[in-house]
Ligand binder design. Sequence first.
Ligand code: ADP
Length: 543
Amino acid sequence: MKNPQDTGPHPEQPDIRSRELPSSSMPASFTIPPFLLNELVNFAHDAILVHDLERHIIFWNEGAEHLYGWTAQEALNKITHTLLQTHFPISPDALNHTLEQHGQWEGNLIHLRRDGAQVIVESRQVLVRDEEGRPSAILEINRDITERHRLEQLEEEARAEREARLNVLQLVLDRLPGGIFLVQGPHLCLLMANQAATALWGAEWQRGQPEEEFFQQQGIQRFTMNGQLLPRDEWVARQAMASGEPAHQQLVLSYPDGTHQPVLVEALPLANLSLLSRLPQEMAALLPPAAPVVLIVYRDVSTLKEAEKLKDQFISLATHELLTPVTVIAGYADRLLSHSAQKHEHQLDEWQHEKVQEIKQAAWQLTSLTENLLDVTRMQAGLFELEQRPTDLLVLTRRVIKRLQTTTTLHQLNFQTTLAHLWAMVDVLRTEQVLSNLLSNAIKYSPRGGPIEVILEADQRTREARFQIHDQGMGIPLDQQAHLFGRFARAENVRAAGIRGTGLGLYLCRELIERQGGHISFESAEGAGSTFFFSLPYQEIET
Ligand code: ADP
């Protein structure tokens, strides 16, 4: 066989119109008549060509006329590759070789139409042999795939762009120090993670793997800061997924080798980003469409915790050292005052009496501050214990109100309850501390005076004793309310008013109430007073 690009007519041109189809492809009795065969070949949308062995065109159907723009008359006897300026995917020799060896060849070719436009065709070529088995012609069927090819190319470009963007995103994520994960759907299947993430777990969390399965495999557990195993529904990623709101959480990760790591976790829902459309197909296929996506960031706070521990140790040491001399000062001031009151000959002058009172007052303030600081450090170190015993909360409340009433003439402390007794298992001193703290705040932050209401009720459905402490004082600005239960937190308005405090009282109140199974909260607006609420579980009620 000659090279397809050679020219020159073939002496004998087989007449395709009179060729019979192999008898095996139809009932033995039926032979397609030549006129019908011609109709059939012209009926096809594909371009059907027959060449002689030198690639001269000897048949050109209507499909070919339509596709390439030349009539059969114009095309006949022309060399196909010259007429159509064919671009071959392999060399013409290799194509001929395949035809000789295997009797057929399939592949894509690029042709030029009569109007100069380029067409891409899916070409099938078959070597036709005569009765003695000698090659006699080549049958070629070309299907126009120009549009399909264009769409495929667009899709490929879009895919490459998506991949490039993801690679950039991955690069950026890998440079960030915290462990970053993108998870999706109710099982929190992994979509993407950065390098720090692998370092965090010490193992690779596979794409598409549900989070719980990975944690179980690796033996990693999550604990709350109070040392309890984190309940499934309290996991911040689940909460963010369910609420659609960002959330954060402090946790301790526990590894099978016995090591622990404190982490700060932030979860950011990305439900509206329709991220799936930007992910590679194989990833998108892993997940149900439209399942919400959450970005989880783990930050190792071990060094922060270590610094906090050192600071707590220092405070603990300093306050211990402070407590002894301050108690001595307060004690002597007290003795001086009582001695002067008893013995007329050693009576203090009025100004001396006043100054010793001030010393005593300042010393007791210092004692209460150091005691609060000690409580905080004990709580942080896990050394804090409660002594719970059956206590009548009404008796306790009256006692505290009576004591606090002696500290002010500007305020009227009122107690409202319909109960006769309310018994609860509480630590008496610590519960008095909470009530006393909230009442002295109500007094302190109502500098113009006014009534202060204490209400005690029993919620029989939840078996909770509910306290309310209501004042008509300066209130708390809305934008500063969120942090007030934190350590050393104080609102700007009280600082501006020059009212002194440490910002430890509410922190201790919350700890003391929650450690006894209760809750604490407040409602307030600047200039409109405040109401503090707290609850404690009760045992028995008498009305
Ligand atoms: P301290 O009173 O020593 O500053 P607390 O922890 O008891 O510390 O209170 C924290 C802050 O909460 C206060 O500094 C104040 O800004 C605000 N606060 C607490 N109780 C009241 C109240 N009854 N009225 C107005 N502000 C209050």
